[in-house]
Design a protein around this ligand. Structure first.
Ligand code: MV4
Length: 496
C-alpha cells in the first residue's frame, strides 16, 4: 500500500477540477498541466502547481505522453489521474506511467487493451456467461461464410470495427444484396481510422435502450457494481441526458445485469472504476456491448444516488486499498438526472458555437450540482470538446428530479453563445421522456429545430417562468431603478 502525496491530473476543464477537488479533500497535493490555450483556465488556478505542456492542439499538449511524464517528474508527483477522453484509455500511457514508477489512477494496461479490442472483449466475457448479441466472435475473413451467417441470424445486421467503439465504424446492412459493398467499406474505413481492418457482425437491435453499469474492482480481486445509468437520450452517439436509476429495470433485472457487469470486470481482472455498456431490447433482453475503462462524464448521477465519491474511491483503489463495502451494503437513494450543456446551436444542426460567455449565471438550491470549468467573461476554446457544464439534479423521485432540472434550466443564464439548455428542456418536457417510454432513437424521432420555437408550456408555466426570471434580476429588487426585463437568448427562442 502506497499513499499518494501528489497527483498530476492529465486533463483539463470540468473533469480536471472535479478530480483535484477530491484529491485536495484527501490531503493530496495537485499538479495541473495545461496547453497555451488554457493558461487562465480554472483547473490551472485551482491546482497547487501547474506546468505548461505545449501549444493548443491536443496532439501537441494533452496527448503528449513524454511531456506529461516529464511534468510529473519535475514536480515530484507520485500518481497520474487521466480523467476521461485524451489519454484515459491509452494502454501505452498506463504502462509508461507505471514504468516511470508512478501510480496510474485507473485500470491495468492489460484491462485497457483487452476492452479496446471489441472482439477480444467479447471472447473474454463469453467465458463468464455474459449475454452477447448473436453474431460472429472472430474477425471476418471469409465473406461468403459471413454472408451466410448474416442470413441465418437475420437482417438487419451491423458490421462493427473491432478497434472501434462508441459507435465509431459501425455499418447497418439491410439485406444480402448490400452485404459485400458494406463489408468492403467497413474494412477500408476501419483500416484507415484505426490501423486495424478487423470487423465482425452482430444482429442489429433496432430500437435499444442504452443502460450502463458502474463497476469497481480492487487489486485484491473484489468487484462490485454501483447500479446503472440510463443513457438512451443521445444524439449521434453523444449523450445528452443521463439518469440513475433507469425507470425500466425491475429489482430482478437490475440484479441480473449487475451480476453480468461484475462478471465482465472479472473477465478482465479489472481494478478501478469502469463502465459496462449493455443494450436492452423491447422484450427487456440485455446484451453486453463494450466496457469503458475510465471514469465517465456522467459519473455524478451515480455519486448522487449512492452518496459515494467515485474519484476518492479510484484513488484509494490505486493506492492498493480493498473496496470498503460489499455489494449487499450498497443502496440507492432517490433519482438523479444529468444534462450536458454544450456550446452548440441546436437550431443549426448542433454546430459548435464557441465564443465568450458574456453572461454566465448558475442556478442553485437543494439537490443541484454543477460541474463546470468556466466563469463569466471566459471564452470557450475552439480546440477542445465544447461542453460548458454538466448539471446534475437529485430528488426523491424521478418526477421531482425532472421538475428540479427544469426549474434549474430556467434559472441558468448563459448569453454570448448558443447552448443546448433549451434543447434539454424540450426533452425533459416531452411526454415520451416523462413516461419513461423512450429509446436511443428519441432525438431522431422527436427533435427538429422548430420545436425550440414553440413552447410546450401551459400558460401558467410560462407566467411562472417569466416571473422567476423577472424576480431574479437584481434591478428588479432595487425599486429606485427603472425596470427592464430582458431574458436570456435561448428563452427568447423558446417563447417566440
Ligand atoms: C448496437 C446497436 C444495436 N445492435 N449493436 C452504439 C455505440 C456502441 N457502443 C454500440 N452501439 C450500438 N450497438 C447492436 N448489435 C445499437 C447501438 C447504438 C447505440 C447504443 C447505445 C447508445 C446509443 C446508440 C445509438 C445508436 C446505436
Amino acid at each position: 500500500m502506497k499513499k499518494i502525496k501528489k497527483v498530476l491530473v492529465a486533463n483539463r476543464g470540468e473533469i480536471a477540477l472535479r478530480v483535484m477537488r477530491s484529491a485536495r479533500e484527501m490531503g493530496i497535493k495537485t499538479v495541473a498541466v495545461y496547453s497555451e490555450a488554457d493558461r487562465n483556465a480554472l483547473h490551472v488556478r485551482f491546482a497547487d502547481e501547474a506546468v505548461c505542456i505545449g501549444p493548443p492542439p491536443s496532439s501537441e499538449s494533452y496527448l503528449k505522453i513524454d511531456t506529461i511524464l516529464e511534468a510529473a517528474r519535475s514536480t515530484g508527483a507520485d500518481a497520474i489521474h487521466p480523467g476521461y477522453g485524451f489519454l484515459s484509455e491509452n494502454e501505452d500511457f498506463a504502462e509508461q506511467v507505471e514504468k516511470a514508477g508512478l501510480i496510474f489512477i485507473g485500470p491495468s494496461a492489460h484491462s485497457i487493451a483487452l476492452m479496446g479490442s471489441k472482439l477480444a472483449a467479447k471472447a473474454a466475457v463469453a467465458k463468464f456467461k455474459v449475454p452477447l448479441v448473436p453474431g460472429t466472435s472472430e474477425p471476418i475473413t471469409d465473406i461468403p461464410a459471413a454472408k451466410k451467417l448474416a442470413s441465418k441470424i437475420g437482417y438487419p445486421v451491423l458490421i462493427k470495427a473491432s478497434a472501434g467503439g462508441g459507435g465509431k465504424g459501425m455499418r447497418i446492412v439491410q439485406n444480402d444484396a448490400e452485404f459485400l459493398e458494406q463489408m468492403e467499406r467497413a474494412v477500408s474505413e476501419a483500416t484507415s481510422a484505426f490501423g486495424d481492418g478487423s470487423v465482425f457482425i452482430e444482429k442489429y437491435v433496432t430500437q435499444p435502450r442504452h443502460i450502463e453499469f458502474q463497476i469497481f474492482g480492487d487489486k485484491h480481486g473484489n468487484v462490485v457494481h454501483l447500479f446503472e445509468r440510463e443513457c438512451s437520450i443521445q444524439r449521434r452517439h453523444q449523450k445528452v441526458i443521463e439518469e440513475a436509476p433507469s425507470s425500466v429495470l425491475t429489482p430482478e433485472l437490475r440484479k441480473a445485469m449487475g451480476e453480468a457487469a461484475c462478471n465482465v470486470a472479472r473477465a478482465a481482472n479489472y481494478f478501478g472504476a469502469g463502465t459496462v455498456e449493455f443494450i436492452l431490447d423491447e422484450k427487456l433482453n440485455f446484451y453486453f456491448l463494450e466496457m469503458n475503462t475510465r471514469l465517465q462524464v456522467e459519473h455524478p448521477v451515480t455519486e448522487m444516488i449512492t452518496g459515494i465519491d467515485l474519484v476518492k474511491l479510484q484513488i484509494r483503489i490505486a493506492e492498493g486499498e480493498k473496496l470498503p463495502f460489499a455489494q449487499e451494503q450498497l443502496t440507492m437513494r432517490g433519482h438523479a438526472i444529468e444534462i450536458r450543456i454544450y456550446a452548440e446551436d441546436p437550431a443549426n444542426n448542433f454546430l459548435p458555437d464557441i465564443g465568450i460567455l458574456k453572461t454566465y449565471k448558475r442556478p442553485d438550491g437543494n439537490g443541484i450540482r454543477i460541474d463546470d470549468g468556466f466563469e463569466q467573461g471566459m471564452s470557450i476554446p475552439f480546440y477542445y470538446d465544447p461542453m460548458i457544464a454538466k448539471m446534475i439534479c437529485h430528488a426523491e423521485t424521478r418526477e421531482m428530479a425532472i421538475a428540479k432540472t427544469i426549474r434549474a434550466i430556467d434559472e441558468y443564464e448563459i448569453t454570448g453563445i448558443e447552448t443546448t439548455l433549451g434543447f434539454c428542456r424540450y426533452v425533459l418536457k416531452h411526454e415520451a421522456f416523462r413516461s419513461g417510454n423512450f429509446d436511443t432513437k428519441f432525438v431522431e424521432k422527436y427533435f427538429t429545430p422548430e420545436v425550440l420555437n414553440q413552447s410546450p408550456d401551459t400558460e401558467e408555466e410560462k407566467l411562472a417562468a417569466a416571473l422567476t426570471t423577472f424576480l431574479l434580476k437584481p434591478e428588479n429588487t432595487n425599486h429606485t431603478k427603472a425596470v427592464s426585463v430582458t431574458t436570456s437568448k435561448w428563452k427568447k427562442n423558446r417563447t417566440q
